[in-house]
Write a new protein. Sequence first.
Length: 59
Amino acid sequence: MAERQALVEEVVGRPVTSLRDLTSREATGALERLGEDRRRADTGSSWDDRVEDTWIDRL
């Protein structure tokens, strides 16, 4: 829990005691930023790490 709080505070740039303290803009920005970090994580699988959709993704 403390790790998640630290990540949110890093993204937002201020101390946050509760997620309810975030403005809509801050929450949206935090979700987008944390989502980017998650997508960049190397899974070790070239299939999972591909950048573009394949024909099977578009089905």
